[in-house]
Design a protein around this ligand. Structure first.
Ligand SMILES: NC(=O)c1ccc[n+]([C@@H]2O[C@H](COP(=O)([O-])OP(=O)(O)OC[C@H]3O[C@@H](n4cnc5c(N)ncnc54)[C@H](O)[C@@H]3O)[C@@H](O)[C@H]2O)c1
Length: 653
């Protein structure tokens, strides 16, 4: 057989080799990741027509589909195109065309095999599922899944039906409803992938073998498929609806509920389910939730583009091994940094090391990884790590004199270029920096409690700082997997400043006799992850009171709030605050009936939104966009509304 001439389109390259094997490679131009844009799909149509012709004339024995990018296979559809679409009425036709294309791929008479490394998500996984056989690299980087629900939609290129066909209804719906990404081994376990290889280089060899041996993926066994049959499907759907309702409300996040409806209707027939996708998909796409979630996605991706390029961080020194310092140190060690942790004596460091061990055990699977992380986290009561550290983070008690003294003693020991940072919540950065020989060095890195759970780090800029220090601070936050938002040094920065009037407003209503359960339920009905009273209990009433005072709010003597603090009833951590707490759960009575819960929630959230507007007007954050993503990440504010500024603009808050 003669090798055919190579074909190059903007996204694809294709050639056949001497064996008659076709090699198809995707490489999206000007993008770090491959995406399936309209253009990529139309080019693929032409190529598939060619495969059909070549298969008929027996000039092609099979095709191996690979990615030309290091980042991975295909990260999904090109979602920027959704925003560019002025009119969603063209969507059904576009989807039908892609469905038809994927069906033609599946109908090819010759084997077509997908070789997967890195990200294989959304539309990329749907394309892979239309191939006859899937091989994936079994390493730490491979990620397989359907993140669509996180964007307010569900798979729309036939992936709902095809994933059910491969994995069975329970597993397939599970990954579509959560948007969870699977590692290669888990995807193999679910039968979404047919074979694992160790290295990317092996994809070609195994791909060739799969074509020559005409390997075909097997479908989910009857034992799994049965869950979509007869009355069982109704039962499974009800269970799934119950689970989904625990995490989201259909009026806020309609996609998972629409997907369950689709399953309930067609789940026993994968082709009918795939066809039904189109009718369900279009209204979701037109919904404000999807528009707002895409915005949140782009804003959070935008945060990753900040920061000084090329900055490297290997060693971190943390001073203060309390609630925050201990957890910051453990987090940095978890993320691969060598960390020295300093406090007044060993007795104050040991509990932090113990907490670190718990975190490592939870997040790292293998014992040797846990051991390695423990070795990276070192007690350092004498502060020997200072002179070697690339980053120094101070998290001692909130006291200006103590902080000043610490920084004064550090300055001469620092490595040139090392970041010097404080985690202060309320002390003006300028006042701490004043005592330094070079006050421009000190920045704020404001973490949130619990450090392991909250993704935001406010990078605080004082009047002394230049872009260089701030850029490095942002780069460090990214290096430890956090999302940096740059905020001017102003009382409460962004997150505490907007949260406080919201929480205190609710506390005041409780003082006046309103039901705390009702207020909390109302905020959740509006779209907050937790009500303001439960949040105050979680933050700690002592911390809440001191931040409130710091921000100029008054906590009147004789108030219930003041009495609770005085009585050591500090909330969750002491077992009682506004609520009693058992096993980490607030003990709530049933809230009184109220028909307009969400309207009450909106009333409660108003001070938060008002304050965000003020913060933006004052220039504390550089833009309304940054305020939105910062408040979403720092407070959990209703992502489906796109953030407080966007919600106000849309008349929703
Ligand atoms: N707790 C929160 O939710 C939170 C959130 C963000 C920021 N912060 C800020 O983080 C900092 C620490 O807060 P925390 O809640 O972890 O306090 P904490 O009281 O739990 O811990 C402070 C630690 O600093 C140690 N310390 C005191 N003086 C020291 C010195 N001279 N040298 C070394 N260590 C010393 C103490 O022994 C203690 O272990 C504060 O500035 C606070 O404003 C707290």
């Amino acid at each position: 057989m003669i090798a055919t001439q190579a074909t190059e389109t903007r996204h694809w390259s294709f050639h056949t080799d001497l064996e008659g094997l076709g090699w198809l490679t995707i490489n999206t131009p000007n993008s770090p990741v491959n995406t399936l844009s309209r253009e990529a799909i139309m080019e693929l149509e032409t190529l598939v027509a060619r495969f059909e012709d070549l298969a008929n004339t027996r000039e092609l024995i099979g095709v191996v589909l690979l990615s030309g990018k290091d980042s991975g296979f295909i990260a999904g559809a090109d979602i920027s195109e959704f925003d560019a679409m002025s009119d969603f009425s063209v969507l059904p036709e576009a989807l039908k065309r892609t469905h038809a294309l994927f069906q033609r791929i599946e109908n090819l008479k010759i084997p077509i095999v997908a070789g997967i490394h890195g990200f294989c998500l959304g539309g990329g996984l749907e394309l892979a599922l239309a191939c006859h056989y899937r091989i994936a690299v079994n390493d730490d980087k491979t990620r397989i899944g359907f993140p669509e629900v996180k964007l307010g939609i569900f798979p729309g290129f036939g992936g709902t039906g095809r994933s059910i066909r491969q994995a069975g209804p329970v597993d397939a719906m599970g990954i579509m409803l959560t948007g969870r990404m699977l590692k290669a081994g888990a995807a193999r376990g679910m039968n979404l992938v047919d074979k694992l290889v160790r290295h990317r280089d092996m994809l070609r060899w195994e791909g060739r073998k799969a074509v020559l041996q005409k390997r075909k993926s097997s479908r989910a066994p009857l034992s799994k498929r049965v869950m979509a049959m007869g009355p069982l499907r109704g039962y499974v759907s009800t269970k799934m609806r119950e689970e989904a309702s625990k995490k989201a409300r259909p009026e806020h996040y309609p996609a998972p509920f629409a997907l369950i409806d689709l399953f309930e209707e067609h789940g026993n027939d994968w082709q009918a389910m795939s066809r039904g996708e189109i009718d369900g998909f279009v209204p979701l796409m037109g919904n404000e939730t999807a528009t707002n979630l895409r915005r949140v996605f782009f804003l959070s991706e935008g945060l990753k583009k900040q920061g000084a390029k090329g900055a490297k961080f290997a060693r971190v020194h943390v001073i203060g091994a309390g609630v925050m310092g201990g957890d910051i140190a453990a987090w940095c060690a978890l993320r691969g940094m060598s960390v020295t942790l300093q406090d007044l004596d060993m007795a104050r460091i040991t509990p932090a090391l113990e907490r670190g061990k718990k975190l490592f055990r939870k997040r790292l699977k293998k014992k040797r990884e846990v051991d390695a992380a423990m070795l990276r986290l070192e007690a350092d009561p004498e502060g020997k790590g200072v002179s070697r550290a690339d980053v120094i983070i101070e998290a001692v008690v909130e006291n200006l004199e103590i902080k000043r003294k610490i920084f004064g003693g550090l300055e001469d020991q620092l490595k040139p270029g090392a970041i010097l940072a404080t985690n202060t919540s309320s002390i003006e950065l300028e006042r701490i920096a004043e005592g330094l020989k070079d006050p421009a060095r000190l920045i704020g890195l404001h973490f949130f409690n619990p450090v392991a759970q909250l993704p935001l780090v406010e990078v605080i800029r004082s009047t002394f700082n230049s872009d260089a220090e701030i850029g490095k601070g942002a780069a460090f936050a990214l290096a430890i997997g956090k999302s940096p938002v740059v905020v001017k040094s102003a009382p409460g920065f962004l997150v505490n400043r907007v949260l406080m009037p919201y929480m205190l407003g609710a506390v005041e209503r409780v003082e006046r006799g309103e039901s705390k359960e009702l207020l909390d339920a109302a905020a959740v009905a509006f779209g907050m992850p937790m009500g303001p009273i439960e949040l105050m209990d979680t933050v700690g009433l002592d911390v809440g009171k001191s931040v409130a005072t710091e921000l100029g709010h008054s906590v009147p003597e004789g108030s219930k709030f003041a009495a609770l603090v005085a009585g050591g009833k500090l909330g969750r951590k002491s077992g009682e605050g506004f609520y009693k707490w058992v096993d980490g759960k607030a003990q709530k009575g049933p809230p009184p009936e109220r028909s307009d819960l969400a309207a009450l929630g909106r009333e409660l959230v108003k001070p938060l939104v008002d304050t965000t507007e003020i913060v933006v007007a004052e220039g504390v954050v550089a833009s309304a966009d940054l305020a939105d993503i910062g408040v979403i990440m720092g407070t959990g504010f209703a992502p489906f509304l796109g953030g407080p500024m966007r919600a106000r603009q849309n008349g929703k808050a």
